[in-house]
Design a protein around this ligand. Structure first.
Ligand SMILES: NC(=O)c1ccc[n+]([C@@H]2O[C@H](COP(=O)([O-])OP(=O)(O)OC[C@H]3O[C@@H](n4cnc5c(N)ncnc54)[C@H](OP(=O)(O)O)[C@@H]3O)[C@@H](O)[C@H]2O)c1
Length: 303
């Protein structure tokens, strides 16, 4: 529902068609700055794993957990961004360790998970967040795109859970949170692959919650709404145009709060789910979406 084909969203729904033709500026390659630091906090002494922590929601979640005292191990493929996030967290007094890992590769995932557990002496919380998106009509989607997207968004989550669960069981409990999408609650033109992958992980979450509850392991999904990350931002837009486009995007598509989420707002939802206060919550898919799931919008055509 949310992750639209970029040109369609920005050129059509948001009514800012001109932006796609504006002069391109290089996309910022730096991690977003924000609150970080480790003095005290809800996750003091906890070991947290994040897949896809090099940018966007994953990066914000790495910073947020570290700011609340956790030791965070995170992965991604872009080494320069991994090192940057690591540095930002450490300079603010937090603890984060980057490992180059590709969630499509079973050995890479195992190395990341087992290596982090060895290094930090256990595992308490995992946020399986890494994901990509393709947008195309179903009949134009190639087998390679299907494999790449499913191997990242669905099989990557399965592989991560497969290696995380034994460590959580050994620990006597813990929590896995999977990043799905509020868009997965419905169908969406041109996003059939993405929607299928995100619904698949919600099914994994529900079944795993039932399988591992007896071991004290909670398994939940978070369903972000439209979030200001590279996944939805057209690569060639300058900052000022993107700021305008975001306002229109929120007004038109976010029925409740009328604005696009920041990665920090989604990270705050992940931490709230992971906190002990929600210790009795398992098997749920929680929208953090500004009210999108609560409404079924009907846009009227211009006549
Ligand atoms: N933005 C939204 O509106 C929105 C809404 C709902 C759900 N989501 C979900 O949120 C998650 C994060 O996306 P985002 O919006 O934050 O976009 P993003 O900035 O593009 O982040 C995607 C993250 O996934 C990592 N990743 C992708 N493929 C990977 C692979 N094969 N192995 C390891 N890491 C990989 C990327 O790291 P590398 O490229 O360095 O590998 C990056 O850290 C995704 O699962 C997405 O579906 C986003």
């Amino acid at each position: 529902m949310l992750e639209h084909r970029r040109r369609t969203v920005l050129g059509g729904a948001a009514g800012v068609g001109a932006i796609a033709t504006l002069t391109a500026l290089p996309r910022r390659a730096s991690a977003q700055q924000g609150r970080t630091g480790s003095a005290g906090g809800r996750f003091q002494g906890k070991v947290v794993l994040v897949t896809g922590g090099t940018s966007g929601i994953g990066e914000a979640t790495v910073r947020a957990f570290a700011a609340e005292g956790a030791t965070v191990a995170f992965c991604g493929r872009r080494r320069h961004l991994g090192r940057h996030v690591e540095r930002v967290v450490r300079e603010a007094g937090g603890q984060a360790v980057y490992t180059h890992a590709d969630v499509r590769d079973p050995r890479s995932v195992q190395r990341f998970v087992d290596g982090a557990v060895r290094r930090h002496d256990g595992l308490d919380i995992a946020f399986n967040n890494a994901g990509i998106q393709y947008s195309a009509p179903l009949h134009e989607t190639t087998l390679e795109q299907w494999d790449d997207l499913m191997n990242t968004n669905a099989r990557g989550v399965f592989l991560a859970m497969r290696h995380q669960l034994p460590h959580l069981i050994e620990r006597g409990g813990g929590h896995i949170i999977v990043n799905s999408s509020v868009g997965a609650l419905v169908g969406r033109p041109d996003l059939s692959l993405y929607q299928a992958s995100k619904q698949a992980v919600q099914a994994l979450v529900k079944s795993a919650a039932l399988e591992y509850g007896r071991h004290g392991v909670r398994v939940n999904a978070i369903l972000p709404g439209i979030t200001d990350t590279a996944m939805i931002r057209p690569p060639d837009l300058d900052d000022a145009t993107w700021e305008r486009a975001k306002v229109a995007l929120g007004e038109l598509n976010v029925d409740g709060l009328k604005s696009v989420a920041t990665p920090d707002q989604i990270a705050a939802g992940v931490l709230a789910l992971a906190a002990d206060e929600f210790g009795y919550l398992t098997g749920v898919s929680l929208p953090v979406d500004g009210g999108i799931a609560a409404g079924r919008r009907m846009l009227l055509p211009e006549v």
